[in-house]
Design a protein around this ligand. Structure first.
Ligand SMILES: Cc1ncc(COP(=O)(O)O)c(C=O)c1O
Length: 371
């Protein structure tokens, strides 16, 4: 018996992919499926997207293991490993036919040596740091790096990428500066007669409101899963892919003045009916939603009362009729006339939907709903 489950609506995933396509013309798509596809289940999501129309051309993961899991599950598309390639992972990287993002010069020689041993040409993408100060070659060092990379006969440079720091803001000044840095490098490459197959920079935010950054490949993550990262409202209709339900484990009537949960942070203001439901912070329901979150029971909004526990939390269901032990409440999703989505929950929890979705724990069983 599971305490909670996540419905993953694959039809919504496809609709969001169509929205990505409608915003970006024919640019090839790299679907970002790192962090277990933002909590949605990377293998099932990638398997679905690989069969979808419009076509997804690449997948993006953060780490080698994520790429290996996709390959082992039969994923054929190129897979970009976005955080680079530590020396001790090169052998697996080559074996599983993964494409590394490179920004460290020593890695080049090591990849070349191992590729030569196997007689296999390795495609790489070079990352430029245009302002995120996280991963990437500094623009001033780029052409020296490129020359070095191009000198290795077992390495093919397939792409060039960078990453935006604040493309979600209404004020796109810094984002424009990052794009300008990238475009300057692309201009210099063109002058040298160098043309690579892929140039990429655009995440969901850029796809939604900064079209000039589309370049020749786009990298949507969050919007595929149904949320906009923008601070402003967008007219582009996205449909959340995940909905979560949790089981009612216990129901009890308590009198006015009863304290609820650890720390006794909630005291009932009147005679109340309390439901204990099977989701807690170990499942990714944030502790910060203690006395703040709202769930939906039998189509009615009900408050989370008291502190969220590791495996459970309590709801005031005094106003809900016909709720029984074993029923399911909606943690986020649609339930009768009501709906609560992860972005709303994230706002209440003082975080963003990325953290909330990625944090949904492994105990929450994923159930895939076909379109
Ligand atoms: C390098 C890179 N590209 C693209 C994305 C996708 O971003 P988003 O989910 O905002 O679309 C991410 C996500 O963090 C990323 O790290």
């Amino acid at each position: 018996m599971s305490g909670s489950f996540a419905e993953i609506h694959l039809g919504a995933l496809r609709e969001n992919l169509l929205q990505v396509r409608s915003q970006t013309g024919t640019a090839p798509i790299l679907a970002v499926v790192k962090a277990n596809a933002y909590g949605h289940g990377a293998v099932r999501v990638a398997q679905f997207l690989e069969q979808c129309q419009p076509k997804v051309d690449f997948f993006g993961v953060a780490f080698l293991e994520e790429g290996i899991a996709l390959r082992t599950a039969g994923i054929q598309n190129p897979i970009l490993v976005l955080t680079g390639c530590p020396m001790d992972e090169i052998s697996d990287l080559i074996q599983y036919d993964l494409t590394p993002v490179i920004f460290d010069v020593d890695t080049l020689a090591a990849i070349n040596t191992q590729a030569a041993k196997r007689g296999k040409i390795i495609k790489i993408h070079l990352k430029i740091d245009t302002g995120m100060s996280r991963l990437g070659i500094l623009p001033d060092d780029f052409f020296t790096f490129l020359e070095k990379a191009a000198s290795y006969e077992m390495i093919t440079i397939e792409g060039l990428l960078s990453h935006f720091a604040e493309a979600d803001l209404r004020d796109l000044a810094f984002t424009q500066t990052q794009l300008n840095t990238m475009n300057t490098i692309l201009g210099q490459l063109a002058q040298k007669g160098i043309r690579l197959p892929y140039y990429h920079l655009a995440n969901s935010a850029a796809i939604l409101h900064f079209k000039p950054s589309t370049l020749s490949l786009i990298r949507p993550g969050l919007m595929l899963y149904g949320y906009s990262p923008l601070k402003e409202k967008t007219d582009i209709p996205l449909r959340p892919v995940m909905q979560i339900r949790a089981r009612v484990l216990a129901l009890k009537n308590v009198s006015k003045g009863t304290s609820i949960s650890y720390g006794r942070t909630f005291i009932t203001k009147g005679d109340s009916r309390i439901a204990t439901v099977a989701i807690g912070y170990a499942d990714g329901y944030p502790l910060s939603l203690s006395n703040t979150g709202i769930m939906i029971a039998k189509g009615k909004r009900v408050p989370v009362i008291g502190r969220v526990c590791m495996d459970m939390c309590m709801l005031d269901v005094t106003t809900v009729r016909d709720l029984s032990v074993g029923d399911w409440v909606t943690v986020f999703g649609e339930d009768g006339p009501e709906s609560i989505w992860a972005d709303q929950l994230a706002q209440w929890a003082n975080t963003h939907p990325y953290e909330l979705l990625c944090g949904i724990g492994t105990r929450v069983q994923r159930r895939y709903i076909q379109p």
